[in-house]
Design a protein around this ligand. Structure first.
Ligand SMILES: Cc1cc2nc3c(=O)[nH]c(=O)nc-3n(C[C@H](O)[C@H](O)[C@H](O)COP(=O)(O)O)c2cc1C
Length: 220
């Protein structure tokens, strides 16, 4: 599965099978986690077989069922965009490995979450992970014209492809609070007012880069 295919296949999944992640799959996932932790400077930790944060067995927390694995992202408040960008790399790798995921900012049991952090560090977000009962489903998106602005003329084909990937990016409560501006070969992505909008922006920027393929552009 290519990264573009993983973007299309990915949907938030909150109901999981009672099936552990196999050792070899967990090891592959761990390699991506280690790379992302090194590049981002964030503390990214995979917790396997830890049912507390989402409830265990038939007990559920939030809209989650059987969620016993998750990844925690710890860093500073100003790392939020980076957290979205590198976290989404892990999401897409998980999809390639046959796993499903859901970003979770709020709907977990904080008192039962296993997460180590030092003073000055913050738990930025959690990612639920496992084998979904279903692959999830498509959801509505804002139209492309609301999500981007083109200076001078029409959007080139590569930009439209990149924006199609952006439209498939997960965002908190599906808010899609960002705008991508194209000026020549320069792209600027800005958040609008929203909740966890910086994490969303990092996720969307990764989708943009993947969708753009080898087109030449620079981030402003
Ligand atoms: C930053 C962020 C925070 C999120 N927080 C939650 C959450 O607390 N609980 C939840 O059930 N889903 C959460 N989600 C999942 C979104 O609701 C979901 O991504 C969005 O509705 C789009 O659906 P999709 O991921 O299937 O494309 C979050 C997603 C993001 C990106």
């Amino acid at each position: 599965m290519t990264l573009n295919e993983a973007i299309i296949a990915r949907h938030s999944v909150r109901r999981y099978l009672d099936k552990p992640i196999e050792k070899e799959i967990a090891e592959e996932l761990q390699k991506t986690i280690d790379e992302c932790a090194e590049k981002s400077g964030l503390k990214i930790t995979l917790q396997l077989d830890e049912p507390g944060a989402f409830g265990s067995g038939m007990a559920t927390y939030g809209k989650f069922e059987n969620c016993t694995n998750y990844i925690t992202f710890v860093g500073k408040k100003e790392d939020e965009e980076k957290c979205g960008y590198y976290g989404e790399k892990i999401v897409l790798r998980a999809q390639q490995l046959g796993l499903n995921t859901c970003w979770v900012a709020l709907t977990y049991n904080k008192s039962k979450l296993v997460c180590e952090k030092e003073s000055g560090e913050k738990l930025l977000i959690v990612l639920a992970i496992g084998y979904g009962q279903t692959p999830g489903h498509t959801r509505p998106t804002k139209p492309m014209k609301e999500l981007c602005k083109i200076k001078n003329g029409d959007a080139p084909e590569w930009f439209k492809k990149a924006m199609e990937s952006v439209m498939l990016a997960p965002t908190a409560v599906n808010q899609q609070k960002f705008v991508f501006y194209l000026d020549g070969n320069e792209v600027e992505a800005k958040t609008l007012l929203g909740f966890y909008a910086k994490i969303d922006l990092g996720i969307a920027k990764l989708h943009f880069e993947i969708g753009a393929g080898d087109a030449f552009f620079v981030w402003k």
